[in-house]
Design a protein around this ligand. Structure first.
Ligand code: FE2
Length: 258
């Protein structure tokens, strides 16, 4: 498959997978496996990632943001983009509310600290906090709290398979570039801020570890965006996307599966 075709096939398969996320569990599992296989084989050449991001001077320019984001494709079903972290930088611990995600390192090396949400413990701690502080002015009901289990860290480079996160499993992560800059491509579904009927709009929140409740079980509190972290954007310079084909091919696939 040519580099030109690969990114289009990847986006088509992402749409095929996530447009039918709630239809047929077996079909979703098969589609997700096929998408993961494509992601496992994704390289920086498939998206024509600029080599300048691997050069130290790029990141040492005065005022340069510590992370650059490249938007590739976005609609109501999926968001596909590339995140590039300067050497030694962390994308702070954040969540992906009710989302699926596939993350593939395409350049450099990343350490991924990741957590799975514990729904019952989260419910218990949220109820305890709101009842014990009723009438208190310092408790913010809008601030999110979670209880989550820390999974073993993942160290990934371009030879590693992609990481998959689900609505509960591995849903929170912190990503650190090690031994230089690193870049990874994310497919997320549904995108942040898209309205989901049962849950409403969903924003990305950052968290800090508040307390270790048991070994590897942490109480997490939402925090504001850390002052040392911000991002800028660069244009996508990879192969042209054939959006019309993506839309029509996916619709044909959906109809034929009904
Ligand atoms: Fe993320």
């Amino acid at each position: 498959m040519t580099a030109n075709a690969f990114i289009n096939v990847l986006i088509k398969q992402s749409l095929r997978t996530f447009r039918m996320v709630n239809c047929n569990p077996e079909l979703f599992t098969t589609n997700l496996q096929n998408l993961k296989h494509l992601m496992d084989n994704l390289t920086s050449e498939h998206v024509n990632l600029d080599h300048k991001f691997q050069i130290e001077e790029t990141w040492n320019r005065p005022g340069k943001a510590p992370m650059t984001y490249i938007q590739i494709y976005n609609d109501r079903t999926i968001n596909v983009g590339i995140f590039i972290l300067k050497p030694g930088m962390k994308l702070p611990l954040h969540d992906h509310p009710y989302m699926y995600g596939l993350l593939k390192v395409i350049c450099g090396k990343a350490k991924i600290e990741n957590y799975s949400i514990e729904p019952k413990l989260t419910e218990r701690i949220t109820q305890t906090a709101s009842s014990s502080s009723s009438g208190s002015d310092d408790y913010d009901l809008n601030r999110k709290e979670l209880v989550a289990k820390r999974n073993p860290d993942i160290v990934a480079d371009h030879t590693s398979e992609c990481c998959v996160l689900r609505p509960l499993e591995r849903n929170l992560h912190e990503i650190e570039s090690i031994d230089g800059a690193c870049a990874f491509l994310d497919v997320l579904s549904p995108p942040y801020d898209v309205y989901v009927p049962e849950y409403g709009p969903r924003k990305c929140s950052y968290y800090s570890l508040f307390q270790e409740l048991e070994p590897d079980i942490f109480h997490l509190l939402e925090i504001g965006s850390p002052h040392w972290f911000w991002s800028d954007e660069a244009p996508y310079k990879g192969p042209k996307l054939h959006i019309e084909n993506i839309e029509s091919d996916t619709e044909i696939a959906e109809q034929s599966s009904k």
